[in-house]
Unconditional design. Structure first.
Lengths: 224, 224
């Protein structure tokens, strides 16, 4: 039997140009709680589960973030992100890539560390509706990335073996989570991380954006 | 004679937490001219001279940007950046680092690819006044980074040999320009680029931010 590739996509920074808005929204939330944090440190944590992100940031900065404050920060982030939704558009090639996979009968699923609300903003930019596609959000699993739960749930949803899945992501956390469940990580530069960061976290290959992945898909996916 | 180190600083992303606002301001300007460009591509060009940045972007995207449109984009960027100036603060350790150098009698100069207007916004965040310090801006030289003109002018202003200067910067363009004039490039992660990108562009050492540089200054600078 030839292996048959199925594809799991991260959403933010992988299919939509939304990482920088996500950074700005976290910055606004943290500022409003008087937690001073440089933008680059926030950027490097995007794509993690929100809870784990706050835990890591509090460890790095030595600040204590109570569960109540974490809830407040998360709500403020969601509000601020919503206010920026008009800026969020599909990355070049994202829509074409998904359509091509669907036409060729390749199964795909979107697995995001964000909740349904945040995901909906990004899906709108892709002209997709949550209920028409395979979608796993933070609300479906116990732990977000870099735990592999989201990707395992995505494979289960598609009824395929996780070992046959490509995980397409822009963040180190996607690549680590992919490696942790024996999926194959493929990095994209479109979230603003460097090729080296993604490769060091286990990416087999790194492409610029969804368009570039579409042009090189045969390098990493089985032919249907 | 022991070599005596003088220090040339980039400004945006090196002393102030302003790269992400700079990216947002360019995005706003480009959107207003209907030039679609993903945020990560803009981010990777920050720190270049504005003119060269537009030239490079137009080459990469295949779009033609006329000199008139370039002027309009540059003006819109300056406006948008000014609107975001309330968000711009000093990076951790920036003020302490400059004060320490001054106290120890180490000469320093700020050399930025931005014009005087943009520089003033960042200097305000550092509680510095353009006329009280050694400052070289885009307006003082023929070419911005990655040409070495800004750094050569900075060394001249301090009346020191460029070979004895450290160039502290967060962008690949700072490191390339430093190497091109035989200064020693020291990278900071605070602009959101990866250690690997900076090292591949010639950084001798890479630190997290000005605070981390202050803590490790003896690794790279002569003792006064």
């Amino acid at each position: 039997m030839r292996p048959q590739t199925s594809i799991i996509f991260d959403l933010d920074g992988t299919l939509t140009d939304s990482v920088y808005q996500n950074v700005a929204a976290w910055k606004e939330a943290l500022d409003s709680e008087n937690i001073p944090l440089a933008m680059w440190r926030i950027h490097r944590k995007i794509g993690m589960s929100g809870g784990l992100m706050l835990k890591t940031l509090s460890r790095e900065t030595g600040l204590t973030i109570s569960p109540e404050q974490a809830k407040k920060l998360s709500d403020k982030h969601a509000q601020a992100y919503e206010a920026l939704q008009g800026q969020i558009i599909a990355l070049p090639g994202a829509v074409e890539l998904l359509n091509t996979l669907t036409e060729e009968g390749v199964q795909w699923c979107i697995a995001t560390s964000g909740g349904v609300d945040t995901a909906s903003i990004n899906l709108k930019a892709l002209k997709l509706n949550a209920k028409d596609i395979n979608l796993i959000t933070r609300d479906d699993v116990k732990y977000g990335k870099p735990d592999p739960d989201l990707f395992l749930a995505a494979a289960q949803k598609m009824d395929v073996a996780i070992e046959e899945c490509l995980v397409i992501g822009d963040a180190v956390w996607d690549m680590l989570a992919a490696r942790r469940c024996k999926a194959t990580g493929i990095g994209l530069l479109s979230g603003g991380y460097d090729r080296g960061e993604l490769e060091r976290a286990g990416a087999l290959r790194v492409y610029e954006d969804p368009l570039s992945l579409l042009h090189h898909l045969d390098e990493v996916a089985s032919r249907p």
